[in-house]
Design a protein around this ligand. Structure first.
Ligand code: NAP
Length: 461
């Protein structure tokens, strides 16, 4: 078959059910895994290899030929070879002319080369149509069939038809192609598998740091202080009591931190009198990880619920209840029901339950499968209006629970405030400033600025 006819064959729409032959250069881990999957999906596969000897690792229905000979058999060639060996393709430039070359390569470091591997391949072989695809799928996942991590295959390339052909193969393999545009997107796609939860780093480090701080704070005030001044060993508080103090505090602070950058953004826009100037980098980054902060906050709130539910089962709780009853029996005196206390405890529980309900609602609407089914206004309503309501309810829950202690001198062991007082600083600040921002005299200019009005147009340049 002459090489031009093979190109024509591939670029013409496939009207029969028969799949067209795909060539894979390289019989390494990825080449074999992809070949195996393609054969399963009905594609005839021919390998281009330095050695034409058939090893039993190679899928049994595949052919193995020299590179030039294999390339002539297909219009799509998957380059399952590391970038540093791409120079061997230069002498094959004529055979590869007009063919679709699929670059699947990854690097060992982020932005390892000035240009992406796919762009490098396109520079080496300007007569071929390079498409980037498959690099985010692992050989192991393809081989074992457990494509649990992600079924999405990012595809990019400058030739629309070539990209379409590759996307058809991706679909035929049971994967989901995601068109990322031209070959310029290849660098980003190549960096993708090297990233480890990039949006989660700041929220996780912040949460770990704050959790460690509050945990130690509680150990000092609840265990060490009590041991020194009251000679009581409450070291077992480390297991449930202290985590159940730290978790709600963390949930409340992190929820407030979800809304704090929006407050900063509004203040900056009001101060500048324009929305056309970029926010500082730290604020941009903070805004981008609000969802992650919110989900971690939800995790802490859920732990708080579980810890609270097991509290009555604890030996310490039964001992304390028993002690109260025995002291009433010994003194032959029944304590009357303290109605104020009953109101307070029922109110803070109700506020906590409602706050947690809204918290869960916020978490659910942040799931892509749910957020894809609501429009922008509905999403904003849940995340902003209901989110603020959740913050108000959770702040009120803490205030009602701890309010009576805040003014008592016993709450200031070693002159340090109780952890609940600390937990209220950020949420109260956010709520107070938000209240000011929604006052009509502030809200009106802010809304105008957000609609494009500028107080001082020089900032827009
Ligand atoms: P590999 O196991 O090292 O295989 C690479 C193949 O390249 C070799 O088997 C060899 O095939 C060929 N080769 C090696 N040196 C060569 C040279 N000097 N000239 C020509 N061909 C040469 O690597 P791999 O894991 O299959 O990865 C291949 C590509 O897929 C890499 O770019 C990688 O980044 C990408 N990738 C891999 C995975 C994965 O999970 N492994 C996932 C996504 C992307 P022959 O002996 O048949 O010539």
């Amino acid at each position: 078959m002459n090489k031009n006819s093979s190109n024509m064959m591939a670029l013409a729409p496939n009207t029969s059910n028969k799949r067209e032959t795909v060539c894979i250069f390289g019989t390494g881990d990825f080449g074999r895994a992809l070949g195996h999957k393609m054969i399963q999906s009905g594609y005839p596969v021919v390998y281009g290899s330095r050695s034409t000897q058939i090893s039993n690792l190679i899928p049994k229905d595949a052919e193995v030929l020299g590179h030039a000979e294999a390339a002539q058999k297909a219009a799509i060639i998957i380059i399952a070879i590391q970038r540093q060996h791409y120079n061997f393709l230069i002498p094959l430039a004529e055979v590869l002319r007009g063919k679709v070359l699929v670059d699947i390569s990854n690097n060992l470091k982020l932005n390892q080369y000035p240009e992406s591997n796919a762009e490098h391949l396109a520079q080496l072989l300007p007569g071929s149509k390079v498409v980037k695809a498959f690099n985010t799928v692992s050989a192991w996942a393809l081989q074992s069939g457990t494509l649990d991590a992600s079924r999405q295959v990012f595809v990019c390339g400058d030739d629309v038809e070539a990209k379409q052909m590759v996307m058809n193969i991706v679909r035929a393999l049971g994967l989901t192609p995601l068109d990322k545009g031209s070959l310029l997107a290849a660098q980003e796609i190549e960096n993708y598998p090297l990233q480890l939860f990039p949006m989660w780093k700041f929220p996780i480090f912040l949460s770990l740091g704050l959790t460690a701080f509050f945990f130690l704070y509680c150990v000092v005030l609840d265990i060490i202080y009590t041991y020194i001044y009251e000679k009581n060993d409450f070291s077992f508080f480390i297991a449930i009591t202290i985590p159940n103090r730290v978790c709600p505090v963390m949930a409340l602070i992190l929820l407030a931190l979800v809304y704090l950058p929006g407050i900063f953004a509004a203040i900056i826009q009001l101060y500048r009198g324009t929305k056309y100037r970029r926010f500082p980098d730290w604020l941009d980054k903070w805004m981008l990880c609000r969802k992650q902060l919110g989900l971690i906050a939800l995790g802490f709130a859920s732990l708080h619920v579980v810890f609270t539910l097991v509290t009555p089962m604890r030996a310490f709780a039964s001992w304390r209840t028993g002690k109260g009853i025995i002291s009433q029996v010994l003194n032959n005196k029944t304590e009357p029901l303290d109605h104020t206390n009953a109101w307070l405890s029922d109110s803070y529980l109700a506020l906590g339950i409602l706050g947690f309900f809204l918290f869960v609602l916020l978490g659910i609407t942040s799931l892509p499968s749910v957020s894809n089914n609501v429009n922008w206004r509905e999403f904003r309503f849940v995340q902003s209006k209901l989110g603020y309501l959740a913050l108000i309810l959770c702040t009120a829950h803490t205030l009602v629970y701890g309010g009576k202690w805040f003014l008592s001198p016993s709450a200031y062991k070693w002159y340090l405030p109780n952890i609940y007082i600390l937990s209220l600083i950020v949420p109260c600040a956010v709520l107070v400033v938000k209240f000011v921002l929604i006052l009509p005299c502030v809200d009106k200019p802010l809304t105008q600025i957000r609609q494009g009005w500028e107080r001082n147009p020089k900032y827009s340049k």
